[in-house]
Design a protein around this ligand. Structure first.
Ligand code: ADP
Ligand code: MG
Length: 227
């Protein structure tokens, strides 16, 4: 007997599968990377090169999970009222250790009572991808400023970095699948991010000055504060 699935059911199955893959694949990747790192010491230069290449590819696979599936969960999209400052502050704490490794300082100016509607895990994935890009573009001694405020019945979130910036032709390519200028990049982060922002009925645009820095600007429909 043939079984028919609705679009929603199919989407749900895909997201369950994605979550399972993210979870199950990450652990073996970490183990393999660890063993290669350990074996790297007493080998010929050529073998060392092979191993470094293998590690680079493993990191690329790990990157795909982070950009695409980090906050996937085995449930359908779950929309709720999101308290923006709580969500942002928790997330920035989570990303801070990554920023510390790169020598980047994250600052925030976040208004208290901002609310939007959407899936909390999708919101986390959006902010993670944007802040991660900001940190990666900035590297040593730079800073990333995350602002959130209300304006004309919208919630604006801006992520500004003092990093390498982009030329107009680079700006135009943002969000195209596999477009990456990084050695270990996936080029999937912004593609996913633009799609998720649509789920929120929001907008994402970038302003950038080559050599000076970039600002990612998110705009979401506003909810009135909780009574
Ligand atoms: P990835 O981070 O894996 O390269 P993304 O889709 O997240 O993939 O980003 C695509 C490309 O957009 C990056 O490789 C980079 O060239 C550019 N980019 C994104 N954000 C910034 C930023 N804040 N500053 C400079 N370049 C950026
Ligand atoms: Mg990225």
């Amino acid at each position: 007997m043939q079984q028919e699935f609705s679009k929603a059911e199919k989407l749900n199955m895909v997201s369950e599968l994605a979550a399972a893959i993210a979870h199950e694949v990450r652990n073996p990747l970490t183990v393999v990377r660890g063993f290669i790192q350990l074996t790297k010491e007493n080998v010929t230069e050529q073998h060392k090169y092979f191993m470094e290449t293998a590690i680079l590819e493993l990191d690329r696979a790990e990157g795909i999970i982070t950009d695409y599936l980090n906050f996937a969960k085995p449930k359908s999209i779950h929309k709720e009222r999101l308290h923006i400052s709580q969500e942002l502050l928790a997330l920035l704490e989570f990303i801070q250790s990554y920023a510390n490794l790169k020598g980047v300082h994250i600052e925030s100016q976040i208004e208290g009572d901002l609310f939007i509607t959407g899936d909390p895990l999708q919101f986390k994935q959006v902010i993670l991808n944007l802040v991660k890009n900001a940190v990666e573009a900035t590297e040593n001694q730079g800073s990333v400023l995350v602002k959130a405020y209300a304006q004309n019945r919208t919630v604006l979130i801006q992520i500004a970095d003092t990093g390498e910036g982009m030329r107009p032709d680079q700006l135009q390519r943002l969000g195209s699948p596999y477009y990456s200028t990084k050695e270990k990049g996936t080029g999937l982060g912004l593609m996913v991010t633009f799609r998720l922002v649509e789920e929120f009925k929001g907008r994402l645009r970038f302003e950038s000055q080559y050599g000076k820095g970039t600002t990612a600007m998110l705009k979401f429909p506003c909810e009135s504060p909780a009574k």
